[in-house]
Ligand binder design. Structure first.
Ligand code: PMP
Length: 447
């Protein structure tokens, strides 16, 4: 891993100043102990002080093929020199069409259309707007309500925040969108704790949707949005038959079902999308992150034919969607996306994930019974180790554990007292062992 002399010489670790306001970061705490990286290669980051750290988070759930994939790097370089920018409003470039075609090729059957965005948040807000507009172009303008879920994370736009289910994220920013309801978390620690993969017998949780529809009148509901596996909210795999039942209820009432696959898309569950891995087909899928292996910001909305066709069959003014972003389908992002799909295919990432997931599961669950471990959940190459909270100091154990792992050479993510794990899908067995042993050692060293 080589780092340019200018970067290596920059006094980053000593004096970061306060010009840069970091997202989701306590600035004072960050400045006292800045976690700074200057390079990345494969499974590792290089820290500003020259240490190699194993990345057990794939950056932020996105670097699925590992860092610095040469083919992706080269594609971005080449694209930047060829066509730096072109608007996507009433014009385009071949790479965008090619990427759309490739994405629809790996999407579930019947998803033949893609709308490009630059992030997961934009993908979610676009999906919610498309859902409402779909009903309107069909002459069903009364369907405007949206239903999300407790602990759901759908990005930070006002739409995604409104359907999201993490209270702390909303506290300072209301009022949010009106006419939004939430399903509860389909999880019961007593009966489902330490489940491996999908918990059994959670389908009745989905019946709560019927109750919500009795309160709201199903004819006024536009869409239900869920992550197939709750990610940022704490890695909760769906109970067996839960998504199936949501699907059936939405279909019965003409409500669109949106899967937010910003984390689960691109192989994390061993298939390109969780919809395929879990065998449930929604009407709209949002994606981002792994779409470019994290190398260039990009997101997208995959749309089923009947939704797209409703717009195309509508009145002339419906054919133009009055929505989009300056950087939708950006040439660099499309080049990165195309190279990423090639790399995923060449590495056989889906098959690899399926093969190594049982090793991952067994390694994580070997932490059961260690000090402070309150629950462990996993599916595909996702996992969480939930620690019991110290009385009066919630989150302290999580951040201490993550700090200890970092000093030990492993990057995990603390979210409160959750140790969240989402490694690049190229992780080797031995690196799974290193990750889990680092957590185990930290748990034994803390009180
Ligand atoms: N949806 C889900 C399920 C996510 O996990 C995230 C990001 N963690 C988002 C949306 C938002 O994506 P972004 O941060 O790219 O806006």
């Amino acid at each position: 891993m080589t780092v340019s002399p200018q970067i290596a010489a920059y006094p980053l670790a000593n004096d970061v100043g306060d010009a840069y306001w970091l997202p989701f970061t306590a600035m004072r705490q960050f400045r006292s102990n800045p976690m700074m990286f200057v390079g990345a290669e494969g499974m590792h980051y290089l820290t500003v002080d020259g240490r190699r750290v194993l990345d057990a988070m794939a950056g932020l759930w996105c670097v699925n093929a590992g860092h610095g994939q040469p083919r992706i790097v080269e594609a971005i370089r080449e694209a930047a020199g060829r066509l730096d920018f072109v608007s996507s409003f009433k014009m385009s470039h071949p790479g965008a069409f090619e990427l759309a075609r490739r994405l629809t090729g790996i999407a579930p059957d019947g998803f033949d259309h893609v709308f490009f965005t630059n992030s997961g948040s934009e993908a979610v807000d676009s999906a919610l707007k498309i859902a409402r507009a779909y009903h309107r172009v069909r002459g069903d303008a009364g369907r405007t309500k949206l239903i999300g879920r407790a602990k759901g994370y759908h990005g930070m736009g006002f739409g995604g925040l409104s359907v999201g289910g993490i209270g702390r994220h909303k506290r300072d920013f209301g009022p949010l969108l009106p006419d939004v309801s939430h399903l509860s978390l389909p999880y019961d620690r007593a009966s489902m704790g330490f489940s491996r993969g999908q918990p059994e017998a959670g389908a009745p949780y989905a019946d709560e949707l019927e109750s919500l529809l009795q309160i709201n009148d199903p004819m006024t509901v536009a869409a239900v949005i869920v992550e197939p596996v709750i990610g940022s909210g704490g890695v909760y795999p769906p109970p067996v038959n839960y998504l199936e039942r949501l699907r059936a209820i939405c279909s019965r009432h003409g409500i669109l079902l949106i899967f937010d696959e910003v984390i689960t898309g691109f192989g994390r569950l061993g298939r390109p999308f969780a919809a395929q891995a879990l065998g449930v087909t929604p009407d709209i899928i949002t994606c981002a992150k792994g779409m470019t292996n994290g190398a260039v910001p990009m997101g997208g909305v995959l749309i089923r034919d009947f939704v797209f066709d409703a717009f195309m069959a509508g009145p002339p003014e419906a054919i133009e969607l009055f929505h989009g972003y300056t950087y939708s389908g950006h040439p660099l992002a499309c080049a990165a996306g195309l190279a990423t799909l090639d790399v995923y295919e060449e590495l056989g990432l889906c098959g690899r994930t399926t093969a190594i997931a049982p090793v991952w599961e067994a390694a994580l669950h070997s932490l059961k019974g260690e000090p402070h471990v309150a629950d462990i959940r996993n599916i595909g190459l996702l996992g969480v180790v939930e620690l019991s909270s110290r009385t009066a100091e919630a989150g302290a154990r999580g951040s201490l554990c993550a700090q200890m792992c970092y000093e030990d050479g492993v990057l995990v993510r603390a979210s409160g007292d959750l140790i969240v794990l989402s490694p690049p899908l190229v992780i080797e067995e031995e690196q799974i062992g290193q990750t889990v042993e680092s957590i185990r050692s930290a748990l034994h060293r803390m009180n």
